[in-house]
Design a protein around this ligand. Sequence first.
Ligand code: ADP
Ligand code: MG
Length: 256
Amino acid sequence: MEINNVTFAYIKEKSQINNISAKVEKGKITTIIGPNGSGKSTFINIMSRNLNPLDGNILLDGKEIQTYSAREFARKLAVVHQQNEAPQDMTVEKLIAFGRVPHKRMFQSQRVEDEEAIDWAITCTNLQSKRKMTLNQLSGGERQRVWIAMSLAQKTPSLFLDEPTTYLDMYHQMEILELIKRLNKEHGMTIVMVLHDLNQAIRYSDHLIVLKDGQKMMEGEPAEIINSKSVRDIYGVKADVKNDEESGLYIVPIGI
Ligand code: ADP
Ligand code: MG
C-alpha cells in the first residue's frame, strides 16, 4: 500500500492528518505509534477507507482505494476497530459469520467455503469451545478474539487493527500479539496496527510509522529509529534504552 500526501480534516479549520506519505510493505507488520490524539486512529481509518482523504491518495495493489467497489475492497482488507459493538445476545459463530458477507451474494445461504473460512477463523483464535456462547458470556480477551475472528473469516490478505490490546491484561495482550504474529508469519498476512505500548510495538513490528500532531514524524525499523532522543521527541518522556539477548530492544521510562 502506498500513501501519497494524504491530508484529512474533520472540520475545516484544522487538519488532523497533514500531508502524510508512507509505504506499507506486503507481508510485513507495520505499526503506527504516537501520543494520544496524534491522529493514529484517523490515519488507520483513512487507510481502511472508513474516512476519505481531503487531499492525496492511497494505492492498494497499484489501484486507488476509492476506486474499488465496497465488495472488492472488503475482500482485500479487513479492519478490527478500537470499539466494536454488536448485540450482546448474539452467538460467537453468528457474529464471525458476518465476515463472510463480502464473499456472498444477497440471500445466498452458507456454502462449504464459508463454513471452512469460519472454522479456520475460530481455530486460529482458539474459540472452539466458545462458538455457541453469546458475547455477554465472554471475557474481554475472548471478545477481542471474536472480532479478530470475524475479520479472519473475511479471508483478506491484509488485516488492520486499532489498538487491539487496549484494556486487556498482560497475558491477554500477549495472546493477541502472538496471534497477530502467527497470522503474519504462517499465513503471510500484511498487518497494519496501532499500538499504545512502545515496547510491544518495538517487539512485534517490522516497521514503525510515528505520528505526532497529525504529521509523520519518522518511519523505519524499530532498532533504527527508537532511542532515548526519539522517545523524548515523540512522547516527551525521559527513557533509557536497553538491549539484551532475550528481550531485544526495550525502553524504560525514567521521568518526564
Ligand atoms: P489517536 O488515535 O492518535 O489518539 P485520533 O485519530 O483519534 O488520535 O484523533 C486525532 C485528532 O482528531 C484529535 O485531536 C481528536 O480530537 C480529533 N478527532 C478524532 N475524531 C474526531 C471526530 N469524529 N470529529 C472531530 N475531531 C475528531
Ligand atoms: Mg486512537
